[in-house]
Ligand binder design. Sequence first.
Ligand SMILES: CC(C)(COP(=O)(O)OP(=O)(O)OC[C@H]1O[C@@H](n2cnc3c(N)ncnc32)[C@H](O)[C@@H]1OP(=O)(O)O)[C@@H](O)C(=O)NCCC(=O)NCCS
Length: 187
Amino acid sequence: MSEVKEDKVFPFIEGENVSLCPVNMDHIHLYTKWMNDPQLRKYARYNMPQTIEEVKKLFEPKEEPVKNEIFFEIWHKKDEKPIGFVGLIRIQWLTRNAHIFYLIEPNYWGQNNGTEAGKLVLEYSFKELNLHKITARMFSPNKASLRVAEKIGLTHEITLKQEVYIDGEHIDALEYSIFKEDWMKLQ
Ligand SMILES: CC(C)(COP(=O)(O)OP(=O)(O)OC[C@H]1O[C@@H](n2cnc3c(N)ncnc32)[C@H](O)[C@@H]1OP(=O)(O)O)[C@@H](O)C(=O)NCCC(=O)NCCS
């Protein structure tokens, strides 16, 4: 695992227990570890082994005229280390919609870190980026992820029957979403 150099940590959004920082290429070994971890990759659908080179490409800034994804490293403030990532993908700037995703290292599960990071991304999405709707697509057995979606205010919108194949069976995908106006009412 790469050593964490704190002088290269640049909090972009400050939360109570976690900060959201730009992706740090010095931590690419850690990201690669997470993306190959059986517990983490199961519902995140990383079905193929990921090399450091492949993960690097995923996180490197793309040469697109318009950015359609934003990744953050989740920095644990007390322990002073990265514990996961969170962000927006498939950003559509005309309709102002995007998908949220989150991943937390197993040692830090169940401590509200996913929820806090998700809340910070929603606030950023609606109050800084002026997005209109945020969607999360999750798989029915992924109870922790469904719970995080509920805790940050998303509600179930559609079910895609037998959408993915996990652990030898086809399972449903659930799409949860929240509109900016509904998020504002919750604040
Ligand atoms: C989903 C994930 C980010 C949650 O992170 P986290 O930091 O543990 O989340 P939180 O602690 O904020 O909240 C987890 C909630 O799920 C609940 N939970 C966890 N496992 C559960 C289960 N098997 N059944 C029901 N609830 C469960 C927890 O009790 C908690 O709810 P509570 O606060 O009401 O008690 C983390 O599990 C993860 O990284 N999973 C692998 C990657 C992944 O699946 N990402 C989502 C892809 S869409």
